[in-house]
Design a binder for this molecule. Structure first.
Ligand code: ADE
Length: 225
């Protein structure tokens, strides 16, 4: 999968993609992540990517021209499954959306800044508008990083123990059960006996029961309750 991220602050998220599982996915050739500095696509001599809004409202608006030049040049090279705009008024991101997007070959993600972007970009280029939650960030960069992380980690082969991605919270509309590691007794805080019993089937039953109980207590909406 190839992901092209268009931003005015590539340095804000560059380091994130060079760590841990995001880095491993790229080294294994399973994901290519390209950051594009929008300022490289402006013909303005001061490299300005924003301007005053028509109509006199406060704040600055991202200009159509540099975004048009950048996206048009990317689209001339390959077909894209989606051109995503990160925005607080988009559809709220969730695990099923991550699963669907992980099947894509090529994605563009556009990070907004300032008051917003010239609406013509949304009308003419954007195929999906996504929010990561009901709060406003200073820009779309962190939201793009969240999307990329959740999408790339479930590409087959990225996590060596694929079972571990499948048993994540939300993959089956259940929160994950508690997990423990050694020592079995720490200051008298004991791991549940069932996990030390060696009864594989009983352990799976216990995990499912814990998952359902935690979901009912913390996120009853996931159970439709
Ligand atoms: N840009 C600013 N806030 C955002 C949010 N909550 N989700 C996605 N993009 C954003």
């Amino acid at each position: 999968m190839r992901i092209d991220i268009i931003t005015i602050f590539p340095e804000m998220i560059e380091g994130f993609f060079n760590c841990s599982i995001m880095k491993r996915a790229q080294v294994k050739g399973l994901a290519e992540i390209h950051l594009h500095n929008l300022r490289d696509w402006t013909t303005d001599k001061h490299r300005r990517v924003d301007d005053y809004p028509f109509g006199g409202t406060a704040g600055m608006v991202m200009k159509v021209e540099p975004v048009d030049r950048c996206i048009t040049s990317l689209k001339a090279e390959r077909d894209y499954d989606e051109v995503i705009f990160l925005t607080p008024d988009g559809e709220q991101f969730n695990q099923p959306m991550a699963n669907t997007l992980s099947l894509a070959n090529n994605l563009i993600m556009l990070c907004g800044h300032f008051k917003g972007i010239d609406y013509r970009i949304r009308e003419h280029f954007i195929t999906k508008e996504i929010s990561i939650g009901d709060y406003v960030l200073t820009g779309g960069e962190l939201a793009a990083a969240v999307l990329v992380d959740s999408i790339v980690r479930i590409i087959p082969g990225v996590i060596s123990d694929e079972q571990s991605a499948l048993s994540d919270s939300f993959q089956d509309n259940l929160l994950a059960p508690p997990v423990y590691t050694r020592p079995a007794d720490y200051k008298g805080w004991r791991v549940p006996d069932i996990l030390l019993s060696g009864h594989e089937a009983k352990i799976r039953d216990w995990e499912l029961q814990q998952a359902v109980e935690r979901t009912r207590a913390l996120r009853p909406d996931l159970l439709g309750e």
